[in-house]
Design a binder for this molecule. Structure first.
Ligand SMILES: Cc1cc2nc3c(=O)[nH]c(=O)nc-3n(C[C@H](O)[C@H](O)[C@H](O)COP(=O)(O)O)c2cc1C
Length: 186
């Protein structure tokens, strides 16, 4: 596939086969991530990889509780409240792996750099037959000091991109995009 075919055929995956992702493939995705460009080549990223099912379940439960409790701070998420309240809604869709990209508070644009790393990771995953989905619902909880301490993340790092990874069981048909808004062209 050409790069544009990979870009256009990547979809967020929310149903996974019940099989683990090999550690070499996780390493390979991290390798793709770190080849992203970064401001001043600061490479401010660091990764937390979780493949333990019960840890993932706890993280999903705790992230949901945290968002519901602090809903007034995340008003935009109010439309998802009833979904987040459901016991059977796992924010990680029972994926076998979660890679969270953290940005070190360093360089000019650490979060933008990490978002580029995230896109590299998701595109390469798709290119090798894996599925991914960026899980924004997990970000606030992954960014708490107590959560960071649990996963040995120093406090100068901020959670940017929690990305689930697994072998896709269901791939959505095709995506759609609005026409680009070109504000100026000369
Ligand atoms: C910053 C960010 C946060 C997201 N958070 C979630 C999320 O919490 N749960 C989810 O199911 N999808 C999440 N997504 C996936 C988007 O819903 C998805 O990318 C979008 O609907 C476009 O679909 P596509 O990725 O298949 O092209 C997130 C995507 C981004 C970029």
């Amino acid at each position: 596939m050409s790069i544009i075919q990979i870009i256009k055929s990547r979809r967020s995956i929310r149903k996974f086969k019940d099989m683990p992702v090999e550690s070499e493939k996780i390493d390979h995705l991290i390798e793709a991530a770190i080849w992203a460009p970064s401001a001043m080549n600061s490479q401010p990223w660091a990764f937390v990889v979780i493949q333990d099912r019960s840890t993932l379940k706890d993280l999903s439960d705790n992230s949901k509780k945290f968002l519901i409790k602090n809903m007034e701070k995340f008003k935009v998420l109010e439309k998802y409240k009833s979904m987040l309240e459901r016991d059977d809604y796992n924010i990680f869709y029972n994926a076998p792996a979660l890679i969270t990209i953290y940005a070190k508070n360093y360089g000019l644009y650490p979060k933008e750099d990490c978002a580029l790393a995230a896109e590299n990771l998701m595109l390469e995953a798709h290119a090798i037959g894996l599925g991914t989905c960026w899980i924004g619902f997990a970000r606030e909880y992954m960014d708490l000091e107590e959560t960071k301490a649990k996963f040995k993340v120093p406090s100068e790092y901020s959670a940017v991109a929690p990305i689930i990874v697994g072998y896709p069981e269901i791939v959505p048909d095709h995506g759609s995009r609005n026409n680009p808004i070109i504000l100026y062209r000369k």
